[in-house]
Ligand binder design. Structure first.
Ligand SMILES: NC(=O)c1ccc[n+]([C@@H]2O[C@H](COP(=O)([O-])OP(=O)(O)OC[C@H]3O[C@@H](n4cnc5c(N)ncnc54)[C@H](OP(=O)(O)O)[C@@H]3O)[C@@H](O)[C@H]2O)c1
Length: 292
């Protein structure tokens, strides 16, 4: 029987980290980027899965532009929603295990204690509802799946994330305002990729995984500058000002509170996720330290 892993989304910030992990652990995998498998072209997905007959499919591809999705609903819904119906059905045909990444934005943020897997979903933006549609397609169309919801993802790869934006702004400006009334858990792609590549293919259902601890975007920004300063990253920033969501209007609404409870996966894997602050440091030291 084939033991091939098929990876989608390997050009994204998480997908690149997952591919690196698969390489370093010597796993048998093939990564197909958008030029081979475009999620808006279902036939390209069917053909690839039928041709490779993988035993595991890891999907890190997604339409992730949260604000742009508000005016680009159709594409977001295809890439995050209906493409997953195609993948799930193809996985079912060959009895493959489908490991898919989802988001804290399936929740509305009205809770004030960590969201558990069975909590009521109620997305408040197009991105969140398109990701929820993908979750449903998977649950309805294949039996061997694991949906891993995560939050506030950052890492060294990919086109952009909050850390990269802060470093760019911090290098150019003495003062910036950052939203302090949205609470979540920043999650490093390094930790997430470790978990993704460790998940046993007999585990099924929905699971949450984020780094532990909570932060506002303001807290996260302050921590980023602290780390960057320690490593002598060239910064002009002198003051980070906490602002409200109302002072920073965006096209998409965001949940006020989107902390995920990770107890379920932690008890199965017998290890708790590292604290976000510790992982942030690990990423900085790994990338920018002259003596890592
Ligand atoms: N970023 C976050 O804060 C966050 C939070 C919670 C959950 N997540 C979830 O985590 C997963 C990984 O996200 P990420 O941050 O790594 O995203 P990312 O850096 O934006 O990467 C997205 C990946 O999807 C691919 N993709 C987009 N449209 C495609 C299409 N039409 N056909 C084929 N591939 C396409 C991109 O390919 P190109 O390089 O060609 O564009 C890229 O490889 C996603 O499921 C996301 O929903 C992310």
């Amino acid at each position: 029987m084939s033991s091939l892993i098929l990876l989608f989304g390997n050009t994204g910030q998480l997908g690149q980290e997952v591919e690196k992990k698969l390489q370093s652990t010597g796993q048998n995998y093939v990564a197909l980027a958008r030029d081979r498998c475009d999620f808006t072209q279902p036939e390209s997905l069917r053909e690839a899965i039928a041709a490779y007959q993988p035993s595991v499919i890891i999907n890190c591809a997604a339409y992730t532009a949260v604000d742009k999705a508000e005016s680009d609903r159709q594409i977001a819904e295809i890439v995050n929603g209906s493409a997953l119906r195609v993948i799930a059905r193809e996985a079912e045909k060959i009895n493959a295990f489908l490991l898919h990444i989802s988001t804290d934005y399936v929740f509305d943020g009205h809770k004030n204690t960590p969201y558990e897997e069975g909590d009521r979903v109620n997305p408040i933006n197009v991105y969140g509802s398109s990701k929820l549609a993908g979750e449903k397609e998977i649950q309805e169309n294949c039996s061997r799946f694991l949906i891993l919801r995560t939050s506030w993802v950052y890492g060294v790869y990919g086109k952009g994330n909050f850390v990269k934006t802060m470093l760019k702004l911090g290098a150019a400006r003495a003062e910036i305002g950052v939203v302090a009334d949205q609470i979540g858990s920043p999650t490093w792609t390094g930790d997430l990729a470790n978990i993704i590549t460790q998940i046993p293919p007999n585990l099924t259902g929905i699971y949450h995984y984020s780094n532990s601890g909570v932060a506002s975007w303001y807290d996260f920004a302050v921590a980023i500058f602290e780390e960057a300063q320690q490593l002598n990253f060239p910064l002009k920033i002198e003051r980070v000002i906490p602002i409200t969501t109302a002072e920073y209007p965006t096209a998409a609404k965001r949940p006020v509170y989107s902390v995920l409870s990770c107890q379920k996966i932690a008890s199965i894997l017998e290890s708790s996720p590292p604290h976000w602050r510790k992982s942030l440091r690990k990423m900085f030291v790994g990338v920018w330290s002259p003596n890592p």
